[in-house]
Design a protein around this ligand. Structure first.
Ligand code: MN
Ligand code: MN
Length: 271
């Protein structure tokens, strides 16, 4: 394990890799995401310039990757649900590294069971609100629709969406919100924060399965995540959709690792 992801026993923040990409509809490879985030982290400083805090002073641990089966997503989701539930039962905060976006559903199911007033905050280029994708209701393109089914639309908010089908559009419009609005809406409710890295512009983050032109910058996303983590009662989160095989220069993996670093520091320094 890298020094960036040095293990700390009993740490509250627990990284869990979910190397799964069976429902990727365009370019698979997100299964390689967790390992590449770890590898790229070795090239980064542990000190955050923006937050003036060092990762080495943060209590976090890396549990490694779950051994997820491919094909039918149901067993993989059940394993993610079990693992994240176990961490939450210990009062710890699961921080899932994807994998494709469907992996979030396992963690969301666990969090929804444990926290009946759970709210979901979703950052993405895509609405992920399709009822199904080619008949599959468990798909990266349907993950937030399944969360809406589980919790109701009043308990889900989205930020950064710039692509959806015409069928998704009315629901997407009703869920879209700005960052201050999301923090006010959440109040002190338990929140699960899910970040699909394709919210970034493909120029900054080409290494992803479904790149969508017109996205935000690294600095913008980093600032937004630090702000959300500071303002929300985050009890679980994920960063998903790094596909390193699409990342010819390696910049996407470094970007993902730096986002993870900033999130860990924000989680461990919040009041
Ligand atoms: Mn997306
Ligand atoms: Mn997504």
């Amino acid at each position: 394990m890298s020094r960036f992801l040095a293990a700390r026993d009993q740490a509250r923040i627990c990284l869990v890799g979910a190397p799964f990409d069976s429902t990727a509809s365009y370019r698979p490879g997100a299964r390689f995401g967790p390992d590449e985030i770890r590898r790229a982290s070795q090239g980064l400083e542990t000190f955050s310039f923006d937050q003036e805090h060092d990762l080495e002073d943060c209590a976090f641990t890396d549990m490694g990757d779950l051994e997820l089966p491919f094909g039918d997503p149901s067993p993989a989701l059940a394993m993610i649900e079990t693992a994240t539930d176990e961490l939450m039962s210990q009062g710890r905060l699961p921080f899932v590294l994807g994998g494709e976006h469907l992996v979030s559903l396992g963690a969301i199911r666990a969090a929804a069971d444990r926290f009946p007033d759970l709210k979901i905050v979703h950052l993405d280029a895509h609405a992920d609100l399709r009822d199904d994708y080619l008949g599959q209701r468990l798909s990266h393109a349907s993950v937030i629709r399944r969360a809406v089914d589980l919790l109701g639309r009043d308990r889900v908010r989205q930020f950064g969406i710039r692509s959806c089908t015409r069928e998704e559009y009315p629901l997407m419009k009703s869920l879209a919100a700005g960052v201050p609005e999301i923090i006010a809406w959440a109040g002190g409710s338990p929140c699960y924060l899910t970040c699909d890295l394709d919210i970034l512009d493909p120029a900054a983050f080409p290494g992803t399965g479904t790149p969508e032109p017109g996205g935000i910058s690294f600095q913008n996303l980093s600032d937004i995540l630090v702000c959300l983590i500071g303002g929300l009662n985050v009890l679980g989160m994920d960063v998903v959709e790094l596909a390193p095989n699409m990342d010819t220069t390696g910049i996407s993996s470094i970007t993902a690792a730096k986002i993870v670093r900033e999130c860990i520091i924000a989680l461990c320094t919040r009041r």
